[in-house]
Ligand binder design. Structure first.
Ligand code: FAQ
Length: 311
């Protein structure tokens, strides 16, 4: 067996690939691409919700939202650390995010216009994230799989806090119910797009499935999401903005309408409603945080010198 065959046989036997193990270059590249895009999504994903921390309607809601946004920062950091085990520098990844050459999830380029959007992000965006990420806990690459276990536990709290916000609105005044429906109308389709292009147009899926990085295709996960959300929407007393959703007895799944792929690719290419604003905010935060990084490095250096003196 050559190196590549040995590698595939380990993957097939569900033996985790660890950073120092031999791996094909393309496997390493695919993981750096996916994990770094994922890390960037967590970091940029803090911005739409962070926007509402000062406007949360009660102390309880504010505490929940702060905790959630802080969790996303933590997820970003685990994921950058997982990417680093593959030999890429964190600064290189930051540069790619800041110069606009790195991708991050399309969903975070949409604005948060009402308080209900914070609920919709929890319900739909974290709901989609969980659907996609639970299988990643079984990813063939050890550091990514292990990071995802904790991420998924936290995402499930996020999904519940979002659903609870919406449930409260669904039992509120007519104005609150209208805010809820309007928000779901705006977030439904972008959430469906989070799963990526349909299988026929997804260049990476087949190889990532063979390598057990991905366990399900984009369309399989999207279908699971529709099936789950249909029932949850009934509890919230909202309509999903897709007239084509209907139960298909033969398939045992809900059929759904055509996704606007032109909109998806437009957002991915940088032309969504908030792409420019998101990157500008990230760059500003990075620049304004330079002194913290410098202070931390100086402190670490001092500690190191002290240790050497004692030795
Ligand atoms: N947006 O061949 P595929 C979160 C790109 S959840 C932008 O299907 P792949 C939690 C794709 O990168 C969100 N670009 O690719 C949270 C590729 O481009 P490339 C993040 C997209 O990798 C919640 C090209 O299209 N979750 O952050 C999107 O096999 C609330 C072809 O696509 C993850 O990243 C998109 N939606 O499958 C935080 C999960 N979809 O690289 C805050 C891990 C596709 O060739 C608040 N990632 N593209 O230039 C994955 O599971 C996969 O990477 C997919 C894409 C499924 C996203």
């Amino acid at each position: 067996m050559n190196l590549e065959e040995k590698f595939q046989s380990k993957v097939d036997q569900e033996i985790k690939i660890e950073p120092k193990d031999w791996m094909p270059d393309a496997y390493r590249k695919t993981l750096i691409r996916q994990i770094s895009q994922h890390a960037h999504s967590e970091i940029v994903g803090m911005l739409p919700e962070g926007n509402w921390i000062t406007r949360a309607p009660s102390l309880r809601r504010k505490v929940g939202l702060i905790a959630k946004v802080q969790d996303e920062a933590g997820h970003g950091l685990y994921l950058y650390a997982a990417a680093e085990t593959l030999g890429v520098e964190r600064n290189t990844l930051f540069e790619q995010l800041h110069d606009g050459s790195a991708k991050y999830s399309s969903i975070f380029n949409y604005p948060t216009l009402s308080w209900a959007d914070i609920g919709s992000i929890g319900w739909l965006v974290d709901g989609a994230a969980i659907m996609n990420q639970v299988p990643l806990c079984r990813c063939s690459f050890g550091p990514y799989a292990r990071a995802m276990v904790r991420v998924c536990k936290e995402e499930s709290f996020h999904q519940r806090q979002g659903f609870e916000i919406l449930l409260a609105l669904s039992k509120g005044t007519e104005a609150q119910k209208a805010m809820l429906q309007e928000s779901v109308n705006r977030w439904w389709w972008p959430s469906m797009m989070m799963f990526g292009p349909s299988d026929a147009d997804s260049p990476h899926t087949a190889r990532s499935m063979k390598w057990k990085i991905k366990r399900f295709t984009n369309d399989e996960l999207r279908q699971k999401f529709v099936d789950v959300c249909y029932e949850q929407a009934k509890v919230l007393n909202v309509t999903l903005p897709d007239p084509d959703i209907k139960w298909n007895e033969e398939r045992g799944h809900f059929d759904y309408g055509e996704i606007n792929w032109d909109e998806f690719w437009d957002v991915v290419k940088g032309n969504g409603p908030c792409n420019k604003q998101r990157i500008a905010t990230r760059v500003k935060a990075h620049e304004e945080g330079a002194w913290v990084r410098e202070a931390a490095m100086a402190y670490a250096e001092k500690q190191e010198q002290r240790k050497n003196k004692v030795a």
